[in-house]
Design a protein around this ligand. Structure first.
Ligand SMILES: Cc1cc2nc3c(=O)[nH]c(=O)nc-3n(C[C@H](O)[C@H](O)[C@H](O)COP(=O)(O)O)c2cc1C
Length: 308
């Protein structure tokens, strides 16, 4: 597999873990890296919460020395808050790229004028990117394609001109949220329109769809979202390697989680349920668990049962 670079940072392959709220935390990213992802994105962090010194936002932005290369994703609508959030992150955290969320379709984020709501305000986007670049950040942006192709292309060009070093294109319009038909032509057109690297995103869940994204669009790298949820082994599969069994992967996740002292049980449970979503009885039992030890016990029993 080829490599790609953003600015001066070279990735070891073209496999990128998408930003996924409540999923792509530090231990999950480390697991995805072990399974083959080169570049990982953090889940989106709220700029307003960050500058209020909110503890939960600080947790979401947690990184470590081996969690690189990393794109730290931030959402927000106010230039001043986005600037202050960037200052805080650049001072306190280790990461390679500061990523601007321009795709989140959730009402909560849109009502703040952030995420995909910003797609309608290119001037604001440019102001935020310029402010971040002036602070010394290597800036990336994650956009969505629009049914109006010209709008998508114009926006991508403005983002590049403002100083961004890479664009990830989620090739679905806002109305489709994270499901359904993927507009590979939009990725191809953005790639043709800009000189910076373009990451194609949407509907990639195996080697075939990975190759299709690369071949049909000419993009530099491919981002995997939904297919990685509860399944970091998807990266190994795309690379043609044997993935870690789910039980082993989840036990590693818990181990990392505890070592990193994240200490937020709700997150562990959410992840456990995602890892074993296909097993109804196990999910019921995981939902009822009251401690990390109980989760470990349930998953270990399942591992033993699978061996028999
Ligand atoms: C549960 C969930 C949470 C997501 N959270 C984020 C997020 O925090 N930031 C972001 O830019 N995109 C987010 N996305 C969108 C993904 O990064 C990705 O663009 C989308 O799922 C399309 O890729 P896929 O077809 O491989 O799933 C989220 C998607 C899902 C399903």
């Amino acid at each position: 597999m080829d490599t790609f670079s953003i600015g001066r940072v070279k990735m070891k392959n073209q496999l990128v873990l998408a930003p996924i709220y409540r999923i792509t935390d530090l231990p999950f990213r480390l697991l995805c890296r072990e399974q083959g992802a080169s570049l990982c994105y953090s889940e989106m962090v709220n700029s307003e919460a960050l500058i209020r010194n909110n503890k939960a936002a600080g947790h979401l932005a947690q990184t470590s020395a081996d969690d690189r290369p990393l794109a730290m994703q931030v959402f927000g609508a106010r230039v001043e808050s986005m600037k202050k959030a960037a200052e805080t992150l650049l001072r306190e955290k280790q990461f390679d790229f500061l990523d601007l969320n321009l795709g989140c379709p959730s009402d909560n984020v849109i009502n703040q004028g952030a995420g995909s709501a910003l797609l309608k305000r290119p001037k604001r986007i440019v102001e935020i990117i310029k402010a971040w670049v002036d602070l010394g950040a290597v800036v990336t942006a994650k956009i969505r394609s629009s049914p109006n192709m010209l709008h998508t292309i114009r926006l991508a060009k403005e983002i590049e001109k403002a100083g961004a070093s890479c664009i990830a294109v989620h090739a679905r319009p806002i109305t489709q949220k994270n499901k359904g038909i993927v507009d590979l032509v939009a990725v191809k057109r953005v790639k043709k329109a800009v000189g910076i690297p373009v990451i194609g995103n949407g509907g990639v869940n195996d080697r075939f769809s990975f190759n299709r994204m690369l071949d049909k669009t000419g993009c530099d790298a491919v981002m995997v979202g939904t297919a990685s949820i509860g399944n970091p082994g998807v990266f190994a599969e795309i690379l043609g390697q044997k993935p870690l069994p789910r039980e082993t992967a989840f036990l590693k996740y818990i181990d990392l989680y505890q070592k990193l002292e994240i200490g937020y049980f709700g997150r562990l449970k959410t992840q456990a349920i995602k890892f074993f979503a296909g097993n109804k009885q196990l999910v019921v039992n995981l939902q009822a668990a009251k401690s990390a030890e109980e989760l470990v016990g349930l998953v270990q029993s399942r591992k033993q049962a699978a061996k028999r």
